[in-house]
Design a protein around this ligand. Sequence first.
Ligand code: FMN
Length: 138
Amino acid sequence: MNIEVRYYSKSGNTKKIADAIAKQTGGSAKSIHEPIQGEVDLLFLGTGIYAFDIDPELKEYILTLNPANIKKVVVFSTAAIVKSAYEKTKRYLQAQGLNVSDQEYHCPGHYTILRKGRPNADDMKKAEQFAKSIINSL
Ligand SMILES: Cc1cc2nc3c(=O)[nH]c(=O)nc-3n(C[C@H](O)[C@H](O)[C@H](O)COP(=O)(O)O)c2cc1C
């Protein structure tokens, strides 16, 4: 089974969650600047929220994904205030023809004076558990 982890992360919060998820995949988490090679059974795709949206660069990245090569996408996210980037990310993924899991992982992410110390060890442990349960259900 080929499982990939990609993230868009401006300040490293979402990367921490991506690294935790990758502990369960047997691979390593990579930024969206590393292209997907070949066929993928599952893509974990993570992002932060910026100005109440996902970054234009992530939207452009989604347009490069080939639904014929990626069976399923699982979204994970971090943000200071909003509760998830799932709906926004899903909209772009589905418009590209990708199959998006209805399960997602989200936790708070530090920004200025907000959410200091997040993601913390518990957030990362929960992300790992989430990834494990997704992979076990395949
Ligand atoms: C330029 C910028 C804009 C942001 N705008 C929002 C926002 O509108 N809503 C929110 O909940 N968090 C906002 N945040 C906080 C980020 O979503 C949060 O810090 C997230 O964990 C960042 O993930 P990253 O470190 O992987 O980039 C913003 C952060 C930055 C840097």
